[in-house]
Design a protein around this ligand. Sequence first.
Ligand code: FE2
Ligand code: FE2
Length: 217
Amino acid sequence: MAMEMAMSKSKLMSKSSEGGAEDDAVFLHPPQDLEDGALFLPGDLPPPLRLSRMLRVDQAGEQGAVRIYGGQRALLKEGEVGELIAHMAEQEEVHYRTFNDLLNKHAVRPSLLAPFWHRIGYALGYGSARLGSESAMACTVAVEEVIDAHYAHQLEWLRRFREEEELLDTIERFQAEEAEHRELGLAHDAEGAPAYPLMQRVIKGMARLAIRIAERL
Ligand SMILES: [Fe+2]
Ligand SMILES: [Fe+2]
């Protein structure tokens, strides 16, 4: 135990490994200050495992976002909304490619459910656009709000451990763009969608569930 307590931060932050039984491991040490003062709390996942989960879920989420806007673009190509969707789709492509590169860099496997995210993302985008441009925007608002909060949570963790500064900058930049997508959705009549509150509840619930699943699978 004493040896474990003395585990250096550099060891904790060693590059990510893949799961197995390790996936369920949690560190049960009392709160302790790591070398530079970063606080490690009881119940925290070991940082390498946390990092691999973080990259996996982000890559899957950005894949889903690319597909949502792809589905919306299939039906909404014209006018201001068409241009807006194309703009957001381009940014999601950059996010997705960036996380693909990060998965490779850290030797983290993608989500096993990638084919499912591919289909469900497109279905959500296409289905919402079928209901009209307001519903497409309502879908954007719901998804982006969940992603914004998800990135905020990750940033908190990255700041606490004062590691992976490049990743922290990347997520900060993407978070700002996701928040902008949400604002653009609201500015383009998202709230005029039929059953807007219900849509928000359902889509946000789906997005939160997808995040929990993609972190682990
Ligand atoms: Fe994104
Ligand atoms: Fe986005």
